[in-house]
Write a protein that binds this ligand. Structure first.
Ligand SMILES: C[S@@+](CC[C@H](N)C(=O)[O-])C[C@H]1O[C@@H](n2cnc3c(N)ncnc32)[C@H](O)[C@@H]1O
Length: 316
């Protein structure tokens, strides 16, 4: 493993409290989330509802989006931040992959399924926080973002959330050009459409990056994995053509670690052996980490656990 750009000992205390092993979500993320909850009349729901409730995986209706946003958004954000910072040094090169890709230049980011934008927004605001603390240079960074999700409501939430942080990002020389597009992972045409949009919108980038976050609930709970598999293959094939980094992160449930990820990994290694190679300890199929985080609006510290597969473009 190459040396880390951001060493665990250098984690700033606006993102990680080392004494208690607790993540701190970026201030700007807490602010925009709180504002959005209030605007959508969801603040009380978010305060009262149990965010650990099973079965909240998002979905196509406005109610699905609202429930997911009020109860799961901060957990998704914390899971992304944990993958990105890897403060316990348990996730191989993951932190380097994020930091290298988003340190400057032009990046073509594909966030699928985007939901309300937790993954992309967390990546952007974590980079902004590291710049604020002087841990990363403030080089011009242009992110050409394509967000895809089956739910129009979720996509609208993502765009609104992004709108709420644009000024904050620009103060750190981070410029986002967003396109949001309907995407059904079970649909072949829809998947080609989202990939075409990514090819068109994100051209001439230094880096291409695909983040897939918290999708196993939907894919497994509704038994859709089989139907989705050809489309997931297509995403990986096109990502490989662009020498992309693909990071797929999920909660660390038994279903994910014992069934879902092994199944997905077997598929990719059997069917797409040239497209990507695993660049970590061959004895471990995927990487795991956990910690606590400060909840953005409740006075407690939930646990967050992540398991992730990261796939890097090989020299094809
Ligand atoms: C658990 S959320 C994760 C969203 C986001 N990545 C995050 O980390 O917060 C799952 C998302 O999958 C979306 N989804 C459900 N079925 C889908 C489908 N058939 N195709 C694409 N997205 C779908 C839902 O609308 C929801 O936004």
């Amino acid at each position: 493993m190459s040396e880390r750009y951001l060493q665990p000992k250098d984690m700033p205390d606006n993102l990680w409290l080392s004494s208690s092993g607790t993540l701190v979500l970026p201030d700007a993320l807490v602010n925009v989330y709180e504002k959005m909850l209030k605007k959508k009349g969801l603040y009380e729901v978010a305060k009262e509802k149990d965010s650990e409730e099973e079965g909240v995986v998002g979905g196509i209706t406005e109610d699905d989006t609202k429930t997911h946003f009020a109860t799961r958004f901060s957990g998704s954000a914390a899971r992304t931040q944990l993958s990105m910072l890897d403060p316990k040094n348990e996730l191989g090169n993951a932190s380097n992959l994020f930091i290298k890709a988003f340190s400057g230049g032009t990046v073509g980011l594909l966030d699928i399924p985007s939901g309300a934008g937790a993954a992309a927004i967390t990546i952007l605001l974590t980079i902004a926080s590291l710049r604020e603390k002087g841990l990363l240079p403030r080089q011009r960074l242009v992110v050409k973002l394509v967000s895809g999700d089956v739910s129009e409501h979720a996509r609208l939430y993502a765009s609104e959330m992004l709108g709420g942080i644009i000024a904050h990002l620009e103060a750190q020389s981070i410029y986002v050009e967003e396109k949001s597009i309907e995407w059904d992972v079970c649909g072949a045409e829809s998947t080609s459409a989202v990939l075409y949009e990514w090819m068109q919108h994100a051209t001439n980038c230094h880096e291409y990056f695909v983040v897939m976050a918290n999708f196993s609930g939907f894919l497994q709970s509704s038994g859709k994995l089989k139907k989705a598999t050809p489309q997931l293959d297509e995403v990986i094939r096109w990502a490989a053509q662009r020498r992309s980094t693909v990071i797929w992160l999920e909660p660390q449930t038994n279903t994910v670690t014992k069934n879902f990820f092994p199944c997905v990994l077997k598929r990719f290694t059997d069917k797409l052996p040239r497209a990507f190679k695993k660049l970590w300890d061959e004895t471990a199929d995927f990487l795991k980490s956990h910690c606590t985080y400060i909840h953005p609006i409740k006075n407690y510290k939930p646990r967050v656990k992540v398991s992730l597969i990261r796939l890097e473009a090989s020299d094809i």
